[in-house]
Ligand binder design. Structure first.
Ligand code: CP
Ligand code: NVA
Length: 303
C-alpha cells in the first residue's frame, strides 16, 4: 500500500473521503472558478477510447484551478507501438502531478496505478466510471436533497456506469433498484458485495418494479464503447427504454439522468430526455466541479 491518493473506484474509498469529495465539488461551485488551488500542477490524460465530457471537463478543471493538462491518445504515443502501461506510468510520473486514464481493461488501470508515483484517476474502464458518479450525486443533491434519502432506479444495460452506481449506493447509503435483462445484469458478485456491505441494492427484470415511486430514474446507452452492436442485444433492451409511460410510475417530481452520450429512440425517448424532468445538461455541467474536486483530493489540496 502507498499513500498516493489514487481515484480508481468508489468501492475502494471510504465514506468520509467520498463525502468530502462531494462537498468540495459543491463548495467549488460557489467559489470563483478561477481560484488557483492547483497553481503550477499538471495532469496527463491518456485516452484509449473517445471522450467529450471527461476530456473537456478535466482539461478545464485543472486550467481553471491554475494548472495545465497534457492530452495523449493511444495512437499518438508509444503505447500504440507496444510500450507498456507500466513504463508509460513511470515516465509520465517524471513530468506530471497526476494521470487520468480512460481504458478498456481494468488491468491496465491497475498496472498504471501500481507503477505511477503520482495519483492515477479512472476516467472510465469497461467495468466502472467513478468520476461520472461524483457529478451525478452532486446533481441529485442539488435537485432533490441528501442522496441517502433518495430512491434511484436504473433501467437498461448493467454496464460500467451501473457498476459505479452500485458502489455509490453502498457508500452513500441510498436505495438503488436496477432493472436489466437477465443476461445483461451486473455481475452477481458485485450485487452480493453490495448487499453484504449493507447496500440497499436490488436487481430485477421488470423496469416498472424498479422505477415505481423512484426519485431519480437513470439509464445509459445500450451499446457501450467496445460492445458489439447486435440485434439480439437491442431486442433484449427494448423493454427497458425510458419513455413517458415508464417515467409516470416514478414520483411526480422524479428527475431523469443520463451520463451521455444519449441515443434518442433507444435507451430514452426524445420526449423524456428533452422533457421537464430531465436534468442531463446540469448533470453534464457538474462534471466540471466534480473533476476539480477529484483533482484537489488526489493532490491533497482542500478549499
Ligand atoms: N459521460 C462521459 O463520460 O462522457 P464522455 O465519454 O464524452 O467523456
Ligand atoms: N457506458 C458507456 C459510458 C460512456 C460515458 C460506455 O462505456 O461507452
Amino acid at each position: 500500500m502507498t499513500d498516493i491518493r489514487h481515484f480508481l473506484d468508489i468501492d475502494l474509498l471510504d465514506r468520509e473521503t467520498l463525502r468530502n469529495i462531494l462537498n468540495t465539488a459543491k463548495s467549488i461551485k460557489l467559489l470563483d472558478s478561477q481560484l488557483n488551488y492547483l497553481h503550477g500542477r499538471s495532469l496527463a490524460m491518456v485516452f484509449e477510447k473517445p471522450s467529450t465530457r471527461t476530456r473537456v471537463s478535466f482539461e478545464l478543471a485543472i486550467k481553471q484551478l491554475g494548472g495545465h493538462a497534457v492530452i495523449l491518445d493511444q495512437n499518438g504515443t508509444q503505447l500504440g507501438r507496444g510500450e507498456t502501461v507500466a513504463d508509460t506510468a513511470r515516465v509520465l510520473s517524471q513530468y506530471v502531478d497526476a494521470i487520468m486514464l480512460r481504458t478498456s481493461a481494468k488491468a491496465s488501470l491497475m498496472e498504471m496505478s501500481e507503477a505511477a508515483t503520482v495519483p492515477v484517476i479512472n476516467g472510465l474502464t469497461n467495468e466502472s466510471h467513478p468520476c461520472q458518479i461524483i457529478a451525478d450525486l452532486l446533481t441529485i443533491e442539488e435537485c432533490k436533497g441528501p442522496v441517502g434519502e433518495q430512491v434511484v432506479a436504473w433501467s437498461g444495460d448493467g454496464n460500467n456506469v451501473a457498476a459505479s452506481w452500485i458502489h455509490a449506493a453502498v457508500k452513500f447509503q441510498f436505495e438503488l433498484r436496477l432493472a436489466s435483462p437477465k443476461t445483461l445484469q451486473n455481475a452477481s458478485g458485485l450485487i452480493k458485495w453490495a448487499q453484504s456491505n449493507g447496500g440497499r441494492v436490488t436487481v430485477c427484470e421488470d423496469p416498472r418494479l424498479a422505477v415505481e415511486k423512484a426519485d431519480c430514474v437513470v439509464t445509459d446507452t445500450w451499446v457501450s464503447m467496445g460492445d458489439k452492436k447486435d440485434s439480439e442485444r437491442r431486442s433484449l433492451l427494448e423493454p427497458y427504454q425510458i419513455d413517458s409511460k415508464l417515467m409516470s410510475y416514478a414520483k411526480k417530481d422524479a428527475i431523469f439522468m443520463h451520463c451521455l452520450p444519449a441515443h434518442r429512440g433507444d435507451e430514452v425517448t426524445t420526449e423524456v430526455i428533452d422533457g421537464k424532468q430531465s436534468v442531463v445538461w446540469a448533470e453534464a455541467g457538474n462534471r466540471l466541479p466534480a473533476q476539480k474536486s477529484i483533482l484537489m483530493w488526489c493532490l491533497g489540496v482542500s478549499v
